[in-house]
Design a binder for this molecule. Structure first.
Ligand SMILES: [Mg+2]
Length: 486
């Protein structure tokens, strides 16, 4: 079966809403865009859709858009939906801004050690409309993490933060690896829990996926101190790996067995054409090696940062150089800070705003909130240099970055938490919109608050909506990865 191209985002289908408590990966894959919704919100939503004029209007609009999304350019965005005069702002009838959006890193920003950072839950409520400006703000997630399918990460995050999340809002470190399925027949997939990454790779469309466990099962002498558990032995697939050509190595997620995985990666890197057990004379015949990101450290439950995939990459390259007496190993990394990852994020955000919010133009500003200067801040700043709309970097103090140190890449602003980041971005937007407003208009005008953010030129000075660069609408042309060598 031909795999779907990940860079072609779902279009024209109505979003299905599934409960975070009962949704399964199978439900999510059944077809069309999906939103994972906390159970209590499923109940609230169904109640709110009875008796609310604005909600009825939204439902009707959704029906219309489901018939032909391509005609949406002539429809008013939700943001301009009329409100019942004098009615209080509720999550159902809060308009959505089309002027700006947020993108979030996850580990160290929203979640740490599997637990939500407390301010993150409140920050999500603010974006959903619980704010003094009375608007909702679209957002996406861009993590270098992985080891699970996008659908599973989405269910996890929905439960942790108690919010609706769709896989269509989500980019994992390994998401761009989907593009490689046509290029390689037999691949080694490294990292993650148990069989998880094999399943993710097969889900992407890779046809023949081998794991380090398979190779150890075939020849236990491969890793002298690593013995397979009974479960690993049962799951691992026996075959004669000396006769199997491995065409590429993909490190999908953090290794759970550095010694064994490094041994097998180096065995292949030094092999004759990807045949395990052989040794090349030139050390130039090994398969290409891809890493889903290059973060040296990351923010986990421990008080200090922990070693990440970028550290494994460095060690593999360094050992190859040492063992081959000076040969360089060129490996490839995806994820932030690569420009291609941010271009992919731009397309994802555009599609998400279109599908979920009926907004058919790019935001003027995207606020990117991260905790790692080397990937989050570096990537955002570099992308801002070339993107026609503004990418604004915000560094938080809840993760990798430690107060008192100088970040390797300077953010536009450093704040304590993701909640402060969201508040800063919203305040900055309203300051921008306030600029140029005559003194005769009250600063606290609700009309200004709503209409100016949603592009009504009648109030305030409208900043021209900037177009996203031409290249970002093309699929696969920009480099999604970086090469490195020792
Ligand atoms: Mg992080």
């Amino acid at each position: 079966m031909a795999p779907s191209n990940p860079l072609r985002l779902p279009m024209g289908n109505r979003l299905r809403r599934l409960s975070s408590m009962t949704a399964t990966e199978r439900d999510i894959k059944e077809g069309g865009p999906v939103v994972i919704v906390p159970e209590r919100m499923m109940a609230q939503r169904s109640q709110s859709h009875h008796g609310s004029f604005a909600a009825s209007l939204e439902t009707a609009r959704n029906e219309l858009v489901a018939i032909d999304l391509e005609e949406e350019a002539i429809l008013s965005p939700i943001s301009s939906s009329p409100e019942t005069p004098g009615s209080p702002i509720t999550p159902v009838d809060v308009p959505t801004t089309d002027a700006f959006a947020f993108a979030f890193d996850i580990d160290g920003v929203l979640v740490r050690g599997g637990r939500p950072i407390p301010e993150a839950v409140e920050a999500m409520k603010v974006l959903k409309g619980k704010n003094e400006y009375g608007v909702k703000v679209p957002y996406i997630f861009l993590t270098n993490g992985g080891g699970k399918t996008e659908a599973e990460r989405c269910i996890d995050l929905s439960r942790q933060l108690d919010i609706e999340i769709s896989p269509a809002q989500f980019i994992c470190g390994h998401t761009p690896m989907r593009e490689m399925v046509e290029r390689y027949e037999t691949v080694l997939v490294v990292g993650g829990e148990g069989e998880k990454c094999r399943q993710v790779a097969e889900g992407y469309g890779f046809r023949d996926v081998i794991t380090p466990g398979d190779i150890i099962k075939d020849n236990e002498a491969t890793t002298p101190f690593r013995k397979l558990t009974a479960e690993e032995r049962a799951n691992s697939r026996k075959r004669d790996y000396g006769k199997t050509r491995i065409e590429a190595i993909f490190v999908f997620a953090d290794s759970r067995d550095w010694a064994g995985d490094i041994q097998i990666i180096l065995d292949l890197a030094m092999s004759k054409g990807g045949y395990i057990g052989t040794l090349s004379k030139t050390f130039e015949e090994g398969p290409p090696i891809y890493f889903s990101h290059n973060d040296i450290v990351w923010s986990a439950a421990h008080g200090n940062v922990r070693l990440g995939m970028g550290a494994l990459r460095k060690i593999v390259e360094m050992l190859f150089n040492d063992l081959t007496k000076g040969k360089e190993l060129e490996t490839i990394a995806f994820g932030k800070p690569q420009i291609g990852t941010f271009e992919f994020a731009t397309r994802l955000l555009q599609q998400w705003r279109k599908d979920e919010h009926r907004i058919n133009r790019p935001p003027e500003t995207v606020y990117f909130v991260g905790d790692t200067p080397e990937s989050d801040i570096r990537g955002t700043n570099q992308f801002n240099e070339r993107s026609k709309n503004e990418w604004y970097s915000l560094l938080v103090r809840t993760g990798v970055f430690q107060e008192g140190t100088q970040p390797a890449y300077t953010p536009r602003i450093t704040v304590d938490t993701v909640l402060d980041a969201v508040k800063h971005g919203m305040k900055r937007e309203f300051s921008k919109k306030m600029k140029g407003v005559t003194d005769g208009i009250p600063a606290n005008s609700l009309a200004l608050k709503h209409s100016s953010l949603n592009g009504d030129p009648a109030v305030g000075t409208k900043t021209p909506i900037l177009e996203v660069s031409e290249s970002s609408s093309e699929v696969g042309t920009p480099p999604l990865c970086s090469r490195s060598s020792v």
